[in-house]
Design a binder for this molecule. Sequence first.
Ligand code: MRU
Length: 359
Amino acid sequence: MKINGTAFRTIWPASDGAVEIIDQTRLPHEFTTVRLENMRDAEFAIREMQVRGAPLIGVTAAYGIALSMRHHATDAALQATCNMLRKSRPTAVNLSWAIERMRTFLLPLQVSERAQSAWQEAARIADEDVEINKAIGRHGLELIRDIHLRTKTTVNILTHCNAGWLATVDWGTALAPVYAAFEAGIPLQVWVDETRPRNQGASLTAWELAQHGVPHIVIVDNAGGHLMQHGLVDMVIVGTDRVTANGDVCNKIGTYLKALAAFDNGVPFYVAMPTPTLDWTLQDGVAEIPIEQRSQEEVTHLSGLCDDGQVRRVQLTPAGTFAANYAFDVTPARLVTALVTERGVVAANAGAILAQLKL
Ligand code: MRU
């Protein structure tokens, strides 16, 4: 996607053997890139959310392994690197998926071959992510087109968090259909949930939609139900960090409440799911998916651009107030209209998932 007219991915190999990323903690007020020189830099970038979004976390971990293999490529070093990266964030299954893919690819190779091969495999994972997202865009476009053909007016799409190109290598998952529909000339407008506490909607989704010229309006997280009751939302589409074999969907905290409101108002609720986000080992999402809990300061404090042009952090709560910070929740499959995957639109139930997505 383009930033001020220049095409960017969210992660790319630098010419001198490092890896570069866009520092998402600085957006939307500052566009800066960060160099990852070693595996610890990659682990830090994931943990501190310089990169975030399930697919991008996975690709960053793959490059982290490649960086590590340059210096230490023994079996023991590979295992230690994988263990460390795996712990950086617990919920998005793409992280362990990418780590496992790298590990099983590298283990049978000679130690001397591993550095170069790891680099190539990480690049393949990144390129595949782009292709997967383009395909999700094509399938999701048809859903948006159907709504437009029926209503003959602007399609109003609500999304939560950021599942756009910033959350992936390029294109995004939930926003890929939005970009495809926009390119196809379908009139649309995106309701962007601000997504407390880290405001990925207000900061990142709004920024990337603006860069692309897609009409959008930021709303507080609690506005979605009201908008749906008044017929102002034609569809909801969100990304996901992990989907169980039964179709339960884990995504950014607050997604479940949007799904409940959508169900109550007869609004279709779609989940854009690249197949690496499918966790075949789990059945019951609420019981089994590990939910990341992050620092309470993400809730008690907020940072933003002040009138004097400086970005500052401010405290919202009284001194000493405790906060809970659950980063994700699970939407049961019964509330999901369908999963939009690179292989087509799939009903969110065990039978359909098995029939359409098992290799
Ligand atoms: O905590 P984050 O910003 O990594 O959470 C991101 C999300 O919840 C996304 O919706 C999800 O990872 C899908 S990204 C294509």
